[in-house]
Design a protein. Sequence first.
Length: 84
Amino acid sequence: MDAINLQSILDSRDESVFDVRSHAAGARGKLPFTAKLLREWSSGALLGWEPDKMGGIRAPDGTPIALGYHIGHWEVGLLMQAGA
Protein backbone atom coordinates (compact mmCIF):
# COMPACT_ATOMS: atom_id res chain seq x y z
CA MET A 1 0.00 0.00 0.00
CA ASP A 2 1.33 3.42 -0.99
CA ALA A 3 1.84 6.02 1.69
CA ILE A 4 -0.55 8.94 1.69
CA ASN A 5 1.21 12.24 1.22
CA LEU A 6 0.23 15.77 0.25
CA GLN A 7 1.15 15.25 -3.41
CA SER A 8 -1.13 12.21 -3.70
CA ILE A 9 -4.00 14.21 -2.22
CA LEU A 10 -3.51 17.29 -4.40
CA ASP A 11 -2.70 15.51 -7.68
CA SER A 12 -5.21 12.92 -8.86
CA ARG A 13 -3.10 12.33 -11.99
CA ASP A 14 -6.39 12.40 -13.88
CA GLU A 15 -5.94 14.90 -16.71
CA SER A 16 -9.69 14.88 -17.44
CA VAL A 17 -10.23 17.19 -14.45
CA PHE A 18 -8.97 19.97 -16.75
CA ASP A 19 -11.63 19.31 -19.40
CA VAL A 20 -13.91 22.06 -18.17
CA ARG A 21 -16.95 23.17 -20.14
CA SER A 22 -16.79 26.94 -19.82
CA HIS A 23 -19.53 28.00 -22.23
CA ALA A 24 -23.09 26.85 -22.70
CA ALA A 25 -26.30 28.19 -24.16
CA GLY A 26 -28.26 30.34 -21.73
CA ALA A 27 -31.94 30.27 -20.99
CA ARG A 28 -34.22 31.44 -23.78
CA GLY A 29 -36.48 34.45 -23.40
CA LYS A 30 -36.00 37.62 -21.44
CA LEU A 31 -36.94 39.12 -18.12
CA PRO A 32 -39.09 42.25 -17.96
CA PHE A 33 -36.37 44.34 -16.27
CA THR A 34 -35.50 47.80 -17.48
CA ALA A 35 -32.31 49.72 -16.71
CA LYS A 36 -34.40 51.97 -14.43
CA LEU A 37 -35.76 49.00 -12.44
CA LEU A 38 -32.29 47.53 -12.00
CA ARG A 39 -30.92 50.88 -10.79
CA GLU A 40 -33.74 51.88 -8.48
CA TRP A 41 -35.47 48.76 -7.12
CA SER A 42 -34.14 46.56 -4.36
CA SER A 43 -33.22 42.98 -5.21
CA GLY A 44 -36.08 41.77 -3.01
CA ALA A 45 -38.61 43.88 -4.89
CA LEU A 46 -37.29 42.51 -8.20
CA LEU A 47 -37.82 38.99 -6.83
CA GLY A 48 -41.37 39.83 -5.85
CA TRP A 49 -40.88 39.77 -2.08
CA GLU A 50 -43.43 41.77 -0.13
CA PRO A 51 -41.92 44.59 2.00
CA ASP A 52 -44.58 44.25 4.70
CA LYS A 53 -43.33 40.71 5.35
CA MET A 54 -39.62 41.62 5.52
CA GLY A 55 -37.47 42.65 8.47
CA GLY A 56 -35.66 45.93 8.86
CA ILE A 57 -36.16 49.43 10.17
CA ARG A 58 -39.72 50.68 10.41
CA ALA A 59 -41.39 53.84 11.61
CA PRO A 60 -43.49 53.53 14.80
CA ASP A 61 -46.59 53.09 12.61
CA GLY A 62 -44.95 50.13 10.80
CA THR A 63 -44.11 52.00 7.59
CA PRO A 64 -40.93 50.53 6.03
CA ILE A 65 -37.90 52.84 6.22
CA ALA A 66 -35.00 50.50 5.36
CA LEU A 67 -35.80 46.86 4.76
CA GLY A 68 -33.47 43.90 4.64
CA TYR A 69 -34.25 41.04 2.31
CA HIS A 70 -31.42 38.76 3.44
CA ILE A 71 -30.59 36.53 6.41
CA GLY A 72 -30.09 38.51 9.59
CA HIS A 73 -32.03 41.56 8.49
CA TRP A 74 -35.00 40.64 10.66
CA GLU A 75 -33.04 42.11 13.59
CA VAL A 76 -31.73 45.22 11.82
CA GLY A 77 -34.47 47.43 13.21
CA LEU A 78 -33.77 46.35 16.78
CA LEU A 79 -30.02 46.80 16.32
CA MET A 80 -30.43 50.31 14.90
CA GLN A 81 -32.77 51.29 17.70
CA ALA A 82 -30.28 50.02 20.28
CA GLY A 83 -27.45 51.88 18.56
CA ALA A 84 -29.44 55.11 18.43
